[in-house]
Design a protein around this ligand. Structure first.
Ligand SMILES: Nc1nc2c(ncn2[C@@H]2O[C@H](COP(=O)(O)OP(=O)(O)O)[C@@H](O)[C@H]2O)c(=O)[nH]1
Ligand SMILES: [Mg+2]
Length: 426
């Protein structure tokens, strides 16, 4: 089945609709939105919507066969149960949608635990009702729970919650003692950051297409949202990250921060801004971006601001000035869709990448030499390699920090540096 969704919002009074943002979130989670419906009325205790409207939507969407119906409202178990029966498809709310986005992006164990914790804390108050509903009939998303007694299920959730809290505490203790030794990637790392819907993923895909992919099979440990790329013949890692979201449900704040670890660890952060936003919207988002980046420990000087969607924006001059004030550099205007401005971005990236240095080594053949050599192919460019007698001669070029690391490993195997230009320049 296609990843299609239908969106619904119920509001007791007119005013600003949350549907446009919900649609952006749904798309960020990978859904194509088939249709959106809204109703202005007091919440109905059985369907959230009015019953008549609910039936009307059910009829209108039956032939579309959406994978999910996504409400912008928080649903009570009985409402969810009734709606699921009526629509004959899974019904979720905004909270669960955001959870899906975070789950896709969770790279570390900590992030995974945080997300599971938020999910369980959200479910706990509804756990008993959900079990009762599940017993009444099938409730997608709660398969097989009918066999548990409601109390047993609640107890299980509580136990799991305290287990997760303990684990997270252990991780946070470990992190504070290890902070300085935090593992840095062996390659220069760039993270894409910014609001949901700014165009991070579109830019990620564009850059991945523009550059030479670096043997994917070499980088087996990379997450699905990180690519190894060669930009102007230099290898880097590029990460797409979770987007900032307005009105983030309180329970999800911790998970949000832990999924941002890639941004914290990056050498440079490309901040993707949406220049097609209205001026007030743009200003508000820019402010949130600044304070969030600040909070997670990213210096303004590590940020490369880009104004995306240049193809659909006009008169962005005042917005550019705001960005300049915030970061002290002019933003690069790009369109991740048309490719406009991307050469300028690539040029800027080429400028901030560390200069490659060269090194010549002679390493005695031993049992770990193969993995050392493959490390060199992975994290640097091997410009010469020759096996002779009991030695391998290597010439490699790469980031100074990668080469230093390589040299230490080679020395550990009895290798010696024959010649290098590292340190010659100041
Ligand atoms: N017109 C235009 N649309 C864009 C551009 N970049 C992204 N988009 C669209 O904006 C939406 C959000 O893009 P996406 O990359 O998913 O944003 P993300 O949430 O930041 O990853 C998608 O519908 C993209 O097709 C652009 O430069 N110009
Ligand atoms: Mg994205």
């Amino acid at each position: 089945m296609e990843n299609n969704a239908v969106l619904i919002e119920v509001r007791p009074s007119a005013g600003k609709s949350g549907l446009p943002e919900l649609q952006q979130l749904a798309e960020a989670a990978g859904y194509s939105v088939l249709n959106t419906f809204r109703q202005i009325r007091e919440y109905d205790s059985s369907y959230c919507l009015g019953r008549g409207k609910a039936e009307e939507i059910a009829e209108a969407t039956a032939s579309l066969m959406p994978l999910k119906i996504i409400f912008n409202n928080r649903l009570k178990p009985i409402q969810r149960y009734n709606l699921t029966k009526l629509f004959r498809t899974e019904v979720i709310d905004r909270f669960q949608l955001i959870l899906e986005i975070f789950t896709k992006r969770a790279g570390t164990k900590e992030a995974k635990y945080q997300i599971e914790l938020a999910k369980l804390q959200y479910e706990l108050p509804m756990a008993k009702e959900n079990v009762k509903m599940a017993k009444l009939g099938e409730l997608p998303g709660f398969h097989g729970l009918g066999k548990y007694q409601a109390d047993v299920y609640s107890l299980m959730i509580k136990k799991r919650i305290s287990y997760l809290r303990r684990k997270l505490e252990e991780i946070s203790k470990l992190k504070s003692t290890n902070r300085r030794r935090r593992k840095k990637a062996a390659l220069f790392t760039i993270a894409l950051s910014g609001y949901t819907f700014a165009g991070k993923t579109t830019l990620f895909n564009y850059l991945a297409k523009e550059s030479l992919p670096v043997g994917e099979n070499l980088f087996t440990t990379l997450s699905t949202t990180t690519r190894a790329l060669a930009l102007s013949n230099r290898k880097i890692l590029l990460s797409d990250t979770v987007g900032f979201i307005d009105n983030l449900p309180h329970l999800l704040v911790e998970s949000f921060y832990s999924t941002l670890e890639e941004v914290t660890l990056a050498d440079k952060v490309i901040l993707v801004l949406d220049s097609s936003d209205s001026a007030p919207e743009f200003t508000k988002k820019l402010r949130t971006c600044l304070s969030t980046l600040n909070e997670i420990g990213v210096f303004n000087s590590s940020v490369i601001p880009v104004m995306n969607k240049a193809d659909m924006a006009s008169n962005t001059r005042p917005l550019e000035d705001q960005v300049f004030k915030a970061f002290g550099v002019k933003p690069i205007k790009i369109s991740a869709k048309t490719g406009e401005g991307i050469p300028a971005l690539l040029e800027e990236l080429a400028n901030v990448l560390p200069r490659y240095e060269q090194m010549k080594l002679k390493i005695p053949l031993g049992k770990n030499v193969n993995s050392l050599v493959s490390w060199a192919f992975q994290f640097a460019n091997v410009t010469y390699i020759n096996y002779s007698g009991n030695y391998v001669d290597l010439e490699i070029e790469g980031d100074p920090s990668s080469l230093q690391r390589f040299k230490r490993m080679a020395e550990g195997m009895g290798g010696a540096e024959m010649q290098s230009n590292i340190g010659e320049k100041q």
